[in-house]
Design a protein around this ligand. Structure first.
Ligand SMILES: [Zn+2]
Length: 142
């Protein structure tokens, strides 16, 4: 049987690349424990990460929709050799989860061992606060 894990030896950085200016509400909602994103008022396109300008029709009117916190694991990478910026961290899992609406989200997966991590498993998005008080989000097993 082949090794079920995808071992990464490359530097892998995970940034939460969400522009702050018009999408502050995303972080405010996350602080309140809600996971939201933008929906274009013109064409109805739902974007993740939140976009102030619709990538489909270039409209700039949008509303916020609640995405819910349930996700299904699509794939993951177990990072054993941590890049310098995470030198203090244990090895970690980066996962891609699919939300109920079909959007895919990249985040760390916590609370499960790599050998117990299986595509198709149910997960939940949880908000976390970093040391500086900045919110971020992770997946945890549901
Ligand atoms: Zn649009």
């Amino acid at each position: 049987m082949s090794d079920p894990f995808l071992h990464s030896r490359r530097t892998l950085t995970l940034r939460f690349d969400i522009p702050i200016s018009k999408t502050r509400e995303f972080w405010d909602a996350l602080r309140d424990g809600r996971f939201v994103t933008t929906k274009c008022s013109n064409c109805g396109n739902i974007s993740f990460p939140p976009q102030a300008d619709c990538p489909k029709c270039m409209g700039n009117e949008f509303s916020w929709v609640d995405l819910g916190k349930d996700a299904t694991l699509v794939t993951f990478t177990y990072v054993q050799i941590t890049p310098a910026s995470f030198a203090d961290n244990d090895p970690y899992i980066i996962a891609i989860g699919e939300l109920q609406g079909g959007l895919k989200v990249l985040a760390w997966l916590e609370g499960v061992k790599p050998e117990d991590t299986k595509p198709g498993m149910k997960m939940r998005i949880e908000a976390r606060l970093a040391g500086e008080g900045n919110p971020f989000y992770v997946f945890v097993p549901a």
